[in-house]
Design a binder for this molecule. Structure first.
Ligand SMILES: C[S@@+](CC[C@H](N)C(=O)[O-])C[C@H]1O[C@@H](n2cnc3c(N)ncnc32)[C@H](O)[C@@H]1O
Length: 278
């Protein structure tokens, strides 16, 4: 069975010219099993044949593998720590007047907007005018189009406090529009985190981020894919920069000496300044 699953991932890679072979086989097997049931097929081998005969099914499976779910302030504790302790301590020391963040695998923009909101709150509290650039990237064009549009349903903003809803969203009976003030801080663009030729979004030119958030994406990769993406996130992070991971994601052993866990909880890490031995 896992040979057929691997073969299906190879087929997707060949069809889209994007790397699906580093998705975890367990995740892929689960999603494929769901499609087998939905299409009333006898088994995975039959699904493989179905894919060959119905190319549109390839897009459907690709969407299912790139799990799109996100929400505002997902992982409340992490955002509390960021907003009340970490961001306020980072902004004043930012001598070049810029604060650069990267929301990698940003889905429909919920994470990037949440980051922009807590950064804006900290700037106002401290009376600072630091320029903020948040680069928010994803591989899925439809997710990026939604993010760019910046309109969210009542259900989608369920995790946002009333105070923030009033301040950062515009309600018009059909939904909540993110305010221009927040949108201006964010640049959305397509970026494939598994692309072997880039380590940071080209729009950012060189990476150099004070904050990198990559949550709930790495957990869907196999070990080599996880390491490949992690190498790039680490490279794109400035010394003393902060890395946010999802609850189920960890720092690979080889990076433990270079990333310090900031709190017992919250999955937040600070990049240590690396000292060169002479
Ligand atoms: C579960 S969502 C995570 C969203 C957000 N980071 C969060 O934690 O709420 C995973 C996202 O990863 C994106 N994704 C999947 N494969 C990708 C790739 N190779 N490069 C960049 N993004 C990818 C999907 O399109 C999806 O939007």
């Amino acid at each position: 069975m896992s040979d057929t699953v691997a073969e299906i991932l190879r087929l997707l890679t060949e069809h889209f010219g994007e790397d699906f072979q580093h998705y975890s086989l367990t995740l892929a097997a689960k999603r494929i099993a769901e499609r087998v049931v939905q299409l009333r097929l006898p088994d995975v081998a039959a699904y493989h044949r179905y894919l060959n005969d119905n190319p549109s099914e390839l897009s459907c499976l690709a969407r299912m593998l790139r799990i799109r779910f996100s929400s505002f302030f997902r992982d409340t504790l992490q955002f509390e720590l960021l907003g009340s302790v970490i961001i306020p301590s980072m902004l004043p020391g930012n001598t070049n007047g810029f604060f650069r963040a990267w929301s990698a695998a940003c889905a429909g923009g919920e994470e990037a907007c949440s980051l922009a909101i807590i950064i804006d709150e900290a700037l106002q509290l401290l009376g600072l005018k630091t320029r903020v650039q948040i680069f928010a990237t994803d591989i899925a064009e439809d997710a990026l189009a939604e993010a760019e549009y910046g309109r969210y349903s009542t259900a989608a903003v369920a995790g946002v406090t009333l105070q923030r809803l009033n301040k950062y969203f515009i309600y018009d009976r059909t939904g909540y529009q993110i305010s221009p003030r927040i949108k201006e801080m964010i640049t959305y663009s397509r970026h494939d985190l598994l692309d072997p030729n880039t380590y940071a979004p080209p729009e950012s030119l060189f990476g150099g981020f004070d904050l990198v958030s990559c949550r709930n994406f790495l957990m869907y990769l196999d070990s080599p894919g996880y390491l490949r993406v992690f190498d790039n996130l680490f490279r794109a992070l400035n010394p003393y920069g902060v890395l946010l991971l999802g609850k189920a994601e960890t720092v690979p052993d080889r990076y433990e000496p270079y990333l310090e866990r900031m709190f017992d909880c919250g999955n937040l890490f600070r990049k240590r300044q690396m000292v060169r031995r002479s």
